[in-house]
Design a protein around this ligand. Structure first.
Ligand code: SME
Length: 168
């Protein structure tokens, strides 16, 4: 498979993100290895979303979040439930959109350039397995529409990823 992002450069918002979801499903549906699928999912998000400096997964292992596949700068490897944006999203079992990371109590800085962030829990069959975390160097980077697209991406990721193999 050869991937060419320039094909999607001049598309409208709607066209670009429907191509994103189609390409994501195309790749993930052909692979059963969960690490391979999460690695490609983080790469797809980095490729299609502008102004993203970190995109990746933290997975629940022994009741703490451990760094999983990602695209971006080196990051903190372990996050406790209830800590930072990621741990808070797990505690609440809901997505968190942070317009300005400096204003989020307990925010954990990984890449010093990050200004805004979105964290969406990975919930499949009512079980929580971790989070998708995306950072941007732009304040208020994530629109409601884009967050909805990311939630559709999570549905696709959930469909083709056996988290039971990589969490405990
Ligand atoms: N900012 C996150 C930590 C992970 S890094 O952004 C990759 C948090 O506060 O949980």
């Amino acid at each position: 498979m050869a991937f060419n992002i320039t094909l999607y450069k001049d598309l409208s918002f709607k066209e670009k993100y429907s191509a994103f979801l189609e390409e994501l499903e195309g790749y993930l549906s052909k692979e059963s290895d969960p690490i391979a699928n999460l690695a490609n999912a983080s790469a797809f998000i980095s490729a299609f979303f502008d102004d993203i400096n970190w995109s990746g997964f933290y997975l629940l292992k022994n009741n703490e979040l451990v760094l999983g596949p990602f695209c971006g700068m080196p990051a903190t490897t372990r996050i406790q439930i209830g800590s930072g944006v990621c741990g808070t999203a797990v505690e609440r079992k809901e997505k968190i959109v942070v317009e300005n990371v400096c204003e989020f109590p307990g925010h954990i800085t990984c890449d010093v350039r990050s200004k805004s962030e979105v964290v969406i829990p990975l919930i499949k069959n009512k079980n929580i397995y971790g989070v998708l975390d995306i950072d941007s160097a732009v304040y208020s980077r994530f629109s409601l529409e884009e967050v909805e697209i990311l939630e559709k991406a999570i549905d696709i990721i959930n469909k083709y990823t056996d988290y039971e193999k990589i969490t405990y």
